[in-house]
Design a binder for this molecule. Sequence first.
Ligand code: GRF
Length: 193
Amino acid sequence: MIKKHIAIFASGNGSNFEAIARACAKNRVNAVVALLVCDNPNAFVIQRAKKFDIPVFEFQPKNYASKADYETEIVQILKKHNVDLICLAGYMRLVSDVLLNEYEGKIINIHPSLLPAFKGLNAIQQAFEYGVKLTGVTTHFVDKTMDGGTIIGQVAVPIGNCTLEELETHIHAVEHELYINTINKIINYENIT
Ligand code: GRF
């Protein structure tokens, strides 16, 4: 089976990027990470991409007149790399119709809570401070809204007596496995062409 081409969009640390890149390199996922799209030239994820020899498209939104302008350029680059699936992994921006229309049903995201609870920034801390007994991780298709779109997978994580730091470590480990499982599910069920 021909390997699918994944583009990962990230703005920061990139631990999910690395988990996906490693899973592809070890054939745990029948895909290659063909491109990193990054809106922050100082992000650590760029170093990770270099380590894996993955091409990077770096851009700064402030250098474009509008979101439509930079997304139009991104679409051209995605096409050049024959991208089949876009994985948002800590990409700190909403996507607009330019990307959504071109890659309908082919853009997914991961969020560190049991959506629809605790959308937005610092979701692990939000859940911890609220005092819920169970939190977790969600993968979902992306729409125009923040952390919205149809849910694909969820894993629950009990908080127990964890500190916030312990909970963060646990959630990130769960994220890496769930993202790989979700990508496999999408690729293997041929939901993408
Ligand atoms: C993850 O918690 C992810 O769920 C959220 O942003 C964080 C990115 O972490 N959307 P990393 O950059 O992959 O380490």
